[in-house]
Design a protein around this ligand. Sequence first.
Ligand SMILES: Cc1cc2nc3c(=O)[nH]c(=O)nc-3n(C[C@H](O)[C@H](O)[C@H](O)COP(=O)(O)OP(=O)(O)OC[C@H]3O[C@@H](n4cnc5c(N)ncnc54)[C@H](O)[C@@H]3O)c2cc1C
Ligand code: SF4
Ligand code: SF4
Ligand code: SF4
Length: 389
Amino acid sequence: MCPKTFQDLISEVHKKGICQECGGCVSFCSAADFDIIAFKTPHSPPDYIHKEKCLECGICYYICPQTHILNEELTKEYGFLNYSSMPIGHYCDIYSCQATDVDFLKHGTDGGVVNSILFYLIEQKLIDGSIVSKAEVPFAREAFFADSKEGLLKASGTQLYMAPHLQEIEKFSTYTHTISELNHYKFKKLAIVGTPCQIYTIRCMQHLGVTPSENVEFCMGLLCYENFFFDKTESKKFQEEFNISFEEIDKLNIKEDVILTLKLNNGSYKRISLPFNHLNDYVRQACKACTDFSNIYADISFGGLASPQNYTTVITRTKKGEEIFQNALRAGIIKALDLTNNKKAQMVNLIAQYSTKKVERKSKYMKKIINGSEKNYRKQESFKIREKV
Ligand SMILES: Cc1cc2nc3c(=O)[nH]c(=O)nc-3n(C[C@H](O)[C@H](O)[C@H](O)COP(=O)(O)OP(=O)(O)OC[C@H]3O[C@@H](n4cnc5c(N)ncnc54)[C@H](O)[C@@H]3O)c2cc1C
Ligand code: SF4
Ligand code: SF4
Ligand code: SF4
């Protein structure tokens, strides 16, 4: 039987509107020098560029996070038994941590823990650098390779390198194509920071032993409920609806809600909290067809949910992940709150609730796609911003 190919991804994934644009298929095909497919336009699924030369190897289909072909193999490999008993996947332990370095803490998204651990790995020469993402403007990030503290600080949460002409930007997306960046650094030992869809694809590549995953030493996974996409009309609508200006956004945190810290004209700061269910109109469509919240195939998962402000929730999953975490802790790179078993269980429960919510959302969304009512899926509840400060 012929393997399925990119043509099948078009009919089974793209046409349903559920391509997560993770870039896995394109990265493999171009890293293997086949060069059959590419992202022709930003914020759209990839497409053929040399269809007639396709080798029909089927790898793009196997590694796509929306085909789930390798689920069972990965589940065995990563010790993840079944969803109903383990909605957050297999894990070694859970922590609430903070960077001890003042720069990583000050500029970090939550506790500055991801960048602190990456810097520790670079200093220990366990990696040459990491694929990370820097914010060019609020709601728009770009992948890049960081191999120094300075580089990592550029990738921190609050270091917004504001584009001078924000109003001229046509489309904003919080999603970063970190996997595509791997192709440029095939001869280096790498860590990668990624969302669950991206880490899943990399694990599929590693399972099949295909390029460009061979040099990925560490997968640093971010918790991810959804990403946002705005075209010009939607960004205007968003700013009007929530009575904010993109220029004012100083920081974006994601916990039980999406929290924006605004720097106002008079120099003061204001935090506003936007509940997820009021942001439906701005969510990337494919994110509604995604089930992994807690990044179950990462070496370590990181999130804001379940930890206090300026702390990062850390879920160690693989032996390798737990080992580097413990070493970083012993070296004093990060510090952890002293949590009781009861508190840890509460954190796991909260993360499990979001994981389950995501699975239920996909099931509803796919029903809407099948019965053709998705276009009418708009926000219905009235909205009131919960002001924090
Ligand atoms: C798009 C997105 C959605 C998220 N959703 C949730 C959520 O629903 N619930 C939750 O609890 N936490 C979520 N998080 C994780 C949370 O916002 C923090 O990134 C996490 O707690 C780590 O904080 P930190 O201060 O330790 O990281 P830092 O030390 O500040 O390091 C963060 C690292 O992440 C990299 N990074 C930032 N954005 C991206 C991106 N888009 N793709 C790849 N790498 C990136 C940065 O370059 C940096 O290296 C999300 C993060 C992102 C980027
Ligand atoms: S050559 Fe292989 S990876 Fe590339 S598009 Fe064809 S089937 Fe997919
Ligand atoms: S591998 Fe990623 S980019 Fe390619 S079709 Fe699947 S979801 Fe889309
Ligand atoms: S919700 Fe997160 S993991 Fe899922 S498709 Fe969107 S960005 Fe990827």
